[in-house]
Design a protein around this ligand. Structure first.
Ligand SMILES: NC(=O)c1ccc[n+]([C@@H]2O[C@H](COP(=O)([O-])OP(=O)(O)OC[C@H]3O[C@@H](n4cnc5c(N)ncnc54)[C@H](OP(=O)(O)O)[C@@H]3O)[C@@H](O)[C@H]2O)c1
Length: 317
């Protein structure tokens, strides 16, 4: 037994279980004012949105009047989702088949959207997976890295470069995870190609930390163009992803895991309220800007936002 590791895990769950589940959401939401959602006239792109948190964000954005491009891998699951939305009286959802594990497919999506000539107002970089098993993509990257981080980088930079993200007040929401709180930024540990060195939960944490840093880099870089960036985490929700990747966690916490609405709430609220942000690196959770570092140890790193972006640029080339 690794007691030091066990102590860390116990401290993490002790600190966050009530907060990240439906219990925390219910308690906090008692004090919230109603913020009307009116997204009429807006075009959105939500990634990883045929099910789970992304599907709820897409559905609610469309319900509030947005035209939403819903991107995921499987055409069949996208169609099933869009049909079920129609059954609820929600239209305005358009499928975009894309495998975000492949740079080439993500770049193809950028070109497809650019060739339409219509601007996007809101991009939600939601797609994300926690893989237990190691696998490499046809392009040679570890799969969860390619989906969780590289695709977000390629998509966001591509849409900006091709002038697609150019509505009157463009907005990007990056979906991270509380798992990122556990590790510092490490560019060397993002794309773990050697199966012997791979641990899916640890890799996921490094991707999610890098997303927080990348968000801050993008905030600073694109401020002058008027593009707003927010990074948020949804708490712990009962989704297919959790069922597949964390069956024991789900079994223990199932009765208090968040539903889609509570997990999607902060994304929809950010898009409606567009709150001002403090300058420092941070994470939005349950409608509040919170620290990006709950443990002092994660501030210590030799890497910088610049070295992260250089590494991603090299891998995306
Ligand atoms: N659920 C939680 O408790 C929790 C907690 C913290 C953070 N998060 C984050 O929230 C986000 C959504 O999580 P979730 O639990 O809703 O996920 P999920 O249930 O696994 O849903 C994933 C969605 O992504 C799509 N997808 C998976 N791989 C893809 C690929 N290679 N290319 C394109 N689409 C792909 C899936 O559709 P197809 O398979 O049909 O493509 C599905 O629509 C993730 O970034 C996750 O890290 C979730």
């Amino acid at each position: 037994v690794n007691w030091a590791q066990l102590k860390k895990v116990a401290a993490f769950y002790g600190r966050f279980t009530l907060s990240f589940t439906q219990v925390g959401y219910r308690a906090r939401s008692l004090g919230w004012a109603t913020v009307p959602r009116d997204f009429r006239g807006q075009r959105w792109l939500v990634t990883g949105a045929s099910s789970g948190i992304g599907a709820t964000i897409a559905l609610q954005a469309a319900r509030a009047g947005a035209e939403v491009q819903v991107a995921a891998r499987s055409a069949g699951r996208l169609d099933a989702f869009i049909q079920s939305a129609r059954g609820l009286g929600v239209s305005g959802l358009e499928p975009r088949v894309c495998d975000f594990s492949l740079r080439s497919d993500t770049q193809r999506l950028v070109e497809e959207l650019a060739s339409r000539g219509e601007p996007l107002d809101v991009l939600v970089n939601n797609v994300g997976v926690l893989n237990d098993a190691h696998s490499l993509t046809a392009e040679g990257h570890e799969s969860s890295f390619a989906i969780n981080l590289l695709s977000h980088f390629v998509l966001t930079e591509g849409l900006i470069e091709r002038g697609v993200l150019r509505g009157p007040a463009p907005l990007v929401i990056n979906m991270t995870s509380g798992g990122g709180y556990n590790v510092p930024l490490s560019t060397a540990l993002l794309d773990v190609r050697d199966p012997a060195k791979f641990n899916g939960t640890v890799a996921y944490a490094f991707h999610k930390r890098a997303q927080m840093v990348l968000n801050q880099y993008w905030r600073d870089t694109w401020r002058a163009r008027g593009i707003a960036f927010y990074v948020m985490h949804p708490g712990w929700a009962d989704t297919d992803g959790v069922k597949r990747s964390l069956p024991r966690f789900r079994q223990i916490l199932k009765s208090i895991l968040r539903d889609g609405e509570s997990a999607a709430d902060t994304a929809l609220w950010l898009a409606a309220a567009r709150p001002p942000q403090r300058e420092e690196e941070s994470v939005w959770f349950d409608r509040r800007q919170r620290t990006a570092h709950v443990y002092a140890r994660t501030r210590v790193t030799r890497d910088t936002p610049q070295s992260l972006v250089e590494a991603l640029r090299a891998l995306a080339a």
